[in-house]
Write a protein that binds this ligand. Structure first.
Ligand SMILES: [Fe+2]
Length: 255
């Protein structure tokens, strides 16, 4: 029997960000998820504190969920959903009302970093979030040039108490970054895989393909671990990060 899957990062809620533009697209994406064996989904629309207050965001998010819940096909889809957010990093994150941005009834919060320049005050800011009782999940760690060129930065964040996820796309699309993404996973620096889906064709829900490719690359243990961690996160249970290996650089090679 196919393993139950959980996706904790996606842009399925209609009309709230650059994801599904209406309920029809939302339903198409959820259908893709169901066909892939996904049973639990956290809806994580983009939140950026420079653009909107937490209160306005939560109102928009509730309205988008209401729209989706009113669609008969959605009611018949037999899927467990929770609200969350993909919070864009600023040094002021610890000052926000983080409980409203966490995955519902959990202390997990998905945080996205800038892709090119290493953000100012990153370690101190994440340490403050952790010390306030939250567990940050760093979104799509395969995207950050400064972590790809220095994996010890990701190691430091995990050691602080953060978790990290990759998108399915990170293993499906072969690029010159593939070896470093493997390196992150083999060093225990990645804890789950998500779809980050936005639209059925351009950025689809592709968890089954992503996990299959992960199994082909590194073995079944990782896909089992990633889905078991995602389910724990969805249910607000702790994730044991297990053994993490500190990246070491010898000459110009990361070992
Ligand atoms: Fe996203």
């Amino acid at each position: 029997m196919e393993r139950k899957k959980t996706d904790i990062h996606c842009h399925i809620l209609p009309g709230i960000d650059d994801g599904a533009r209406n309920v029809e697209v939302s339903v198409d994406l959820i259908r893709q998820q169901r066909n892939d064996g996904v049973e639990n989904i956290v809806f994580t629309p983009h939140f950026c504190s420079d653009r909107i207050t937490v209160e306005e965001f939560t109102e928009h998010r509730a309205a988008a969920l209401d729209k989706l819940c009113a669609v008969p096909e959605f009611k018949d889809m037999d899927i467990n959903v929770k609200l969350g957010a993909e919070v864009y990093y600023t040094v002021d994150i610890p000052l926000l009302d983080l409980e409203k941005l966490c995955f519902e009834k959990t202390n997990y919060i998905l945080i996205e970093l800038p892709t090119q320049a290493r953000p100012h005050g990153m370690k101190r800011t994440f340490a403050n979030v952790v010390n306030s009782g939250f567990t940050p999940i760093i979104a799509h760690v395969e995207r950050y040039s400064y972590m790809l060129s220095d994996p010890s930065l990701l190691y430091d964040m995990i050691e602080l108490g953060c978790l990290a996820q990759i998108n399915a796309e990170a293993v499906l699309k072969k690029t010159k970054l593939t070896p470093m993404i493997n390196y992150f996973i083999r060093h225990g620096l990645v804890h789950t895989m998500c779809t980050d889906c936005h639209s059925p064709h351009r950025r689809p829900a592709n968890l089954r393909d992503g996990l299959k490719e992960l199994e082909r690359m590194l073995g079944e243990n990782y896909s089992e671990l990633f889905m078991s961690n995602a389910e724990k996160i969805f249910n607000g249970r702790p994730v044991d990060i297990g053994y993490i290996k500190k990246p070491r650089k010898i000459l110009s090679l990361w070992l």
